[in-house]
Design a protein around this ligand. Structure first.
Ligand code: GL9
Length: 836
């Protein structure tokens, strides 16, 4: 080091004063400074929203310190890294999560209180970051939390949509979609990196030339946009590690197209360029059906191209070359959405880094692994060859080459079997040739996993049967999990405190297996009554929310029965509403004496329908119509209330989940890959009524069969039941409730006809078949609820048995069994302040 350099380094060290101080006064100073200098309001006068913003910026400062040092540490240690590629991250709110993870919640609460602000109130001013549709996107966010907490050298990569998941309003019982322009008032949690920008190309043509006796392909694109990085720090729980979620935003290219400005039409050229931003502007809200929309393919390529350029740049900057790249990097594909990245990595290695096919293919197949999230065939993404050819001509060429080699391999293994080739080819032949993205992912990935045991078995027997025969060793299971921080410790403080007190430690928050220690208290009467008190507190909060959002007064003495999830035929909200109609019809025909015996219920339903999914929208209207009728029938009173909660999202879930006593996970067996809210509910002492589907199967196994209400056909019975449907005798009660709908009892009889037809016709999802078993299970629920001690015991056993469903466990399994990455924990700085 030269004299000058030493001087500069000493100066920087003194100026930085090591770390920001974390005491009440320093936190207050920091908040007030942000009021004045970041958001430019007056420190003498700022409202709750401005207090939220300043608090968020102040928290962000602390995250940035930890982020910088963690990244530096990863750089110095140089471990193998994993990158989680996902088109969706359903983040929700960040403020409380960050404060809790940094262990600064109490300090900020106090600092704000002295300034005259209430943290619990101002945290409500944060808008949800809803960059995802549902379970798949929320899983990605839980995984980031766990990767940070488990100290993995990991980053998430995704898209920074300007419009997140649409906001649902209910008008006259119908769903309306409203744009979610969530960035309007700024986003304190992101750091724009205008200097981290990559060009992403589209369209054009491919030319070839000889170079050193080798054929080199050159893609001459016709359109180029820039991808700009936005970094979102993701703090781990009680660790000094903070990892990164890097989201890309599209901007007009700085360099491309300059000559077009000389064409004379300056304004038209600017407007043309402005279109670039549309690429990352909107999240597709179509839950697993993508109808070949060009913009979506553009989004996918934009996302993976920027991501891979960034990863390759980082690697070469540190290592001087791409040597050993595939030993030091793992890339996880969250569903098929980022699968075009396989062709993009091949292109970059061959055309830019000038590797040959063999070396490029070897590296590509070593880094990629792929998660499948559904067995529904309509979700398997396919792109018309014609579209791919036009948008990404070089990629299409590479995909053909991959397929040609794959088909050779197939022949070598199975001989000349045309039917098999036809089924397995990456290219689907037919009137319109299609590229099957799942096949590309299966061929190029070293591992493919399902998301619950039953699902991982099913994909081997159904959609991926041929591939399982060809590559049996590639197939794995990784049962989903959820972060116990957001979904228990932070969203349910009374339950957290009770558990802490009972176990004498809060270590369970990052070692969820320890909840098992609650089992020995399950029969303790005093503990049970405290458990009930905790649930009542959460129910009161939920009741207040229902009043606020639906205008309906509900009694907290009633059983709170909940089904919240995307509206989909396979999830069978229809089974739920038919059951509710049956209950309603029974109650209104009861004598007063009989009524005295009824367990009062509040039935809570919520969820969004994809804007183009007509039948799902009709189901929402049916639920609303039934609730109108039931809630206003004096013969029913408090014995039954039905509410549809509008705009179900992460923040609402944080209130709904703790306040629920029974939750419904009642998909036709074999259709729900895993489900993750089932885990969240069980973790909060809510009992489950469910089918033997997805993770319900493993939840039953963990908490014990007698602590869950299981009913309905089993997955292996479903195919046969479907063919026999027409000959089965329909249950009278079923016929009756369906008749009530079609006869206009709830109005809109014609509008509901497609729902009635669906369950009376082919009844693909076996609603009629499972109806009697469902009613029996609901009877068992009522009977059990009457015995508070048994019910409470089941509730305690649910929580005690939930250890497996922490996403920490899931992530550790991915790390060791798929990625081959190890923890890289940054040591706590020696004299770091509290919370560091
Ligand atoms: C889903 C499955 O349907 C769920 O069963 C599963 O729990 C999650 C996470 O693995 O993935 N697949 C899928 O496409 N969605 C899921 O929830 N849909 C949405 O995210 C809307």
């Amino acid at each position: 080091m030269s004299e000058d350099e030493r001087h500069r380094s000493d100066l920087l060290y003194t100026l930085m004063d090591t770390y920001i101080k974390n005491d009440v006064l320093s936190v207050q100073e920091s908040i007030v400074n942000h009021v004045e200098y970041t958001i430019a309001r007056s420190r003498y006068h700022f409202d709750d929203f401005e207090a939220y913003q300043a608090t968020a910026y102040s928290t962000r400062d602390r995250l940035i310190e930890s982020w910088n040092d963690t990244q530096q540490y990863f750089h110095d240690q140089d471990p193998k890294r994993v990158y989680y590629l996902s088109m969706e991250f359903l983040v929700g709110r960040s403020l409380l999560n960050a404060l809790y993870n940094l262990n600064l919640k109490g300090l900020y609460r106090e600092a704000l209180e002295q300034l005259g602000y209430n943290l619990e109130i101002i945290k409500e001013r944060e808008r949800d970051a809803a960059l995802g549709n549902g379970g798949l996107g929320r899983l990605a966010s839980c995984f980031l939390d766990s990767m940070a907490t488990e100290n993995l050298p990991a980053w998430g990569y995704g898209l920074r949509y300007q419009y997140g998941m649409f906001r649902q309003t209910i008008q006259d019982g119908f769903q309306r979609e409203n744009p979610d322009y969530w960035l309007t008032l700024g986003n304190p949690w992101e750091i724009e990196r205008p200097n981290v920008t990559y060009p992403v190309s589209f369209y054009g043509h491919v030319s070839a030339r000889e170079e050193d006796g080798r054929q080199i392909f050159v893609w001459n694109p016709a359109e180029q946009v820039d991808a700009v990085a936005y970094d979102n720090p993701i703090p781990g729980y009680r660790t000094a590690n903070t990892i990164n979620l890097r989201l890309w935003s599209a901007k007009p290219s700085r360099e491309f197209d300059l000559e077009s400005f000389n064409s004379g039409d300056y304004v038209a050229s600017i407007l043309e360029k402005q279109n670039a931003e549309s690429i990352s502007s909107v999240l597709y809200p179509d839950d697993r059906t993508y109808k070949g929309k060009e913009l979506r393919l553009k989004q996918q390529h934009f996302f993976v191209s920027a991501t891979l350029q960034d990863i390759l740049r980082r690697y070469t900057a540190q290592h001087g070359s791409l040597e050993n790249f595939s030993d030091k990097v793992a890339l996880q594909l969250n569903d098929t959405h980022p699968t075009i990245g396989i062709a993009e990595l091949m292109r970059l290695l061959m055309d830019v880094y000038k590797w040959g096919w063999t070396a490029s293919w070897e590296a590509t197949t070593k880094v990629f692994s792929f998660t499948n999230h559904t067995v529904l065939p309509e979700a398997l993404e396919q792109w018309p060859v014609e579209l791919l050819q036009e948008l990404l001509p070089r990629h299409m060429q590479i995909i053909y080459d991959i397929n040609w080699r794959f088909l050779q391999e197939l022949r070598a293994k199975f001989g000349n079997d045309q039917a098999r080739e036809y089924r397995m080819s990456i290219i689907q032949e037919g009137d319109e040739k299609m590229v099957r993205m799942a096949h590309l992912a299966l061929v190029a990935s070293h591992t493919v996993n399902g998301v619950a045991e039953i699902h991982s078995e099913l994909i081997k027997q159904t959609i991926f049967e041929d591939f399982y025969e060809m590559y049996p060793k590639k197939f794995q299971n990784k049962t989903n999990g959820v972060t116990p921080r957001r979904w228990l410790a932070f969203c349910n403080p009374p339950l957290r405190n009770l558990i802490n007190e009972t176990l004498g430690t809060d270590a369970w928050i990052s070692r969820l297996d320890l909840l098992e220690g609650l089992k020995s208290h399950a029969d303790d009467g005093e503990f049970q009554s405290r458990w009930v008190e905790v649930k009542q507190l959460a129910k009161a909060k939920l009741a207040a929310k229902i009043k606020e959002l639906c205008g309906v007064e509900v009694s907290t003495d009633a059983l709170f029965d909940v089904q919240v999830k995307r509206i989909h035929e396979y999830k069978r909200q229809v089974l739920n509403i038919l059951g509710i109609i049956h209950r309603y019809d029974q109650i209104r025909n009861m004598s007063e004496e009989e009524k005295a015996d009824v367990v009062p219920r509040v039935c809570i339903i919520g969820g969004k329908a994809a804007p183009g999914y007509e039948l799902a929208k009709r189901i929402i209207k049916l639920i609303s119509a039934v609730s109108q009728r039931v809630n206003n029938d004096p013969a029913v009173g408090d014995l039954l209330k039905v509410v549809f909660i509008p705009d179900y999202n992460v923040s609402l879930a944080e209130v709904i989940v703790p306040g629920s006593e029974l939750s419904q996970h009642i998909s036709t067996a074999g259709t729900e890959a895993s489900g993750t809210s089932n885990m969240k509910f069980a973790m909060n002492g809510c009992l489950i009524i469910g089918t033997m589907d997805g993770a319900n199967v493993e939840i039953a196994e963990e908490i014990g069969d007698d602590n869950i209400f299981i009913f309905g056909a089993l997955a292996h019975e479903v195919p046969k039941l479907r063919t026999e449907r027409a000959d089965l005798k329909v249950d009278d009660r079923f016929a009756h409730v369906v008749r009530l709908i079609s006869s206009g009892e709830f109005g809109y009889a014609d509008f509901f006809t497609p729902i009635v037809d669906a369950v009376q016709g082919s009844d693909y999802y076996l609603v009629a078949n499972d109806f009697p078993a469902y009613l029996r299970a609901q009877d068992a629920v009522d009977r059990t609820y009457k015995n508070s001690s048994i019910w409470t015991r089941m509730s305690i056993m649910s929580v005690a048995g939930c250890g497996k469903f922490s996403s920490d466990r899931t992530i550790r399994q991915y790390a060791t069994e798929i990625w081959g990455v190890e923890p890289c924990e940054r040591p706590r700085p020696p004299n770091a302040p509290e919370g560091y």
